[in-house]
Design a protein around this ligand. Structure first.
Ligand code: EPU
Length: 326
């Protein structure tokens, strides 16, 4: 039995081979994954990563895969799929506790019904709570970090709580380190009239439907907005006339130019990447602006020393600044 199977069996979690990032990400591209492990509780997830670290096996956490572009190669590491680690939402006054695998749009609806305000702007972001925390998701004037009272992380195999104000919450970026597994959070929201909250959510939904592609295979905005420019990336790309531009299976969305969408059965990550680099090159040349990726690029590791025992030669997968939950 491989080491991974042994750990999964001992901890009672599902471990599968034969999955591809194309099955697990919203862009529907990306190559094969050695193992996908799917814990269902925070305790299980904490125990799994402790065992994987001890065995020197590389892993990366993945939520709903809605902000990840994984390349087409074979990814020789373990993906910790957190989308089944949903738990239940616990509401205690203005405090809301939720697991990382819970759907962010669902959470927004749950708390709105309970008359709690503070995240209604995040309503249409198609990710998990963990992914939102990892990158401080924001939209329409709300950011998750602003309302995060505590975060639960995995430490030494246990679920450990850390204060929200010990984290730096920046624009689409936080001080969480690679190798840190986010398990859940307690948010502090504010009581408000459910009707008013719903009206604000409806307004955000209307704006989003009018300005962003709906139902298309995307990872949301591909690039961050440039810090020193008053004009957003979408507008910059749009004004260069690039809407509808295509590279194989990847297209600049005709609706919002900062979205790259993929099409077809066998869409390729390399098409999306080539298109993205073409955009960056033109923006660099014509505007003197260096666009930074907002989506995470997950590179396949070159095949090194993967043995029958399931040991990987490098202690961890490449978890550079690009890795993380989404
Ligand atoms: N615009 C264009 N053409 C386009 C896209 C936008 O002219 O193709 C114009 C719009 O008309 C508007 C301005 O650019 O006047 C700003 O556009 P928008 O309101 O869509 O905001 P954004 O800056 O493009 C940001 C976030 C979105 C978030 C919205 C709403 C980033 C990179 N993007 O978009 O986040 O939903 O504000 O708050 O920060 C994401 O994170 O994946 C994402 C989509």
């Amino acid at each position: 039995m491989e080491v991974v199977e042994e750990i999964a069996a001992r901890l009672g979690v599902r471990a599968e081979r034969g999955k591809r990032f194309a099955d697990l990400t919203s862009l529907r591209v990306g190559g094969a994954i050695d193992w996908v492990i799917t814990p269902e509780t925070e305790e299980q997830a904490a125990a799994v990563v402790y065992e994987l670290d001890k065995a020197g096996l590389g892993w990366r956490p993945l939520g709903s895969g809605s902000n990840v572009l994984a390349d087409d190669g074979d990814h020789h590491y373990i993906v910790l799929n957190l989308s089944d680690m949903k738990g239940e939402v616990h509401i205690d006054g203005e405090l809301v506790s939720v697991s990382a695998g819970y759907s962010l749009p669902r959470l927004c609806i749950d708390v709105a019904r309970a008359g709690l305000s503070g995240i209604e702007g995040l309503g249409g972001i198609p990710g998990t709570v963990g992914g939102a925390l990892w990158m401080n998701a924001g939209a329409y004037g709300h950011e998750i970090g602003t309302v995060t009272e505590k975060v639960r992380v995995a430490r030494e195999g246990k679920v450990t709580e850390i204060p929200g104000d010990s984290i730096e919450w920046n624009y689409r970026h936080t001080s969480f380190r690679e190798g840190e597994l986010l398990l859940g959070a307690t948010l502090r929201l504010k009581h408000d009239d459910p009707e008013l909250i719903k009206a604000r959510m409806d307004e955000v939904k209307r704006k989003r439907l009018a300005s962003q592609p709906h139902g298309a295979r995307s990872a949301g905005c591909f690039f961050k907005n440039p810090p020193a420019s008053s004009v957003g990336t979408g507008k910059i790309i749009d004004e260069m006339g690039m809407k509808g531009q295509r590279r194989g299976s990847a297209v600049v969305s005709p609706v919002h130019a900062n979205f790259i969408v993929t099409e077809g059965e066998n869409a390729r990550a390399e098409d999306a990447l080539a298109l993205a680099e073409e955009i960056r090159e033109r923006v660099r040349r014509e505007q003197g602006i260096e666009l930074e990726y907002e989506v995470e690029l997950w590179r396949a590791k070159p095949l090194t020393d993967y043995t029958e025992k399931g040991a990987m030669s490098d202690e961890r997968a490449d978890r550079s600044s690009e890795g993380g939950q989404s």
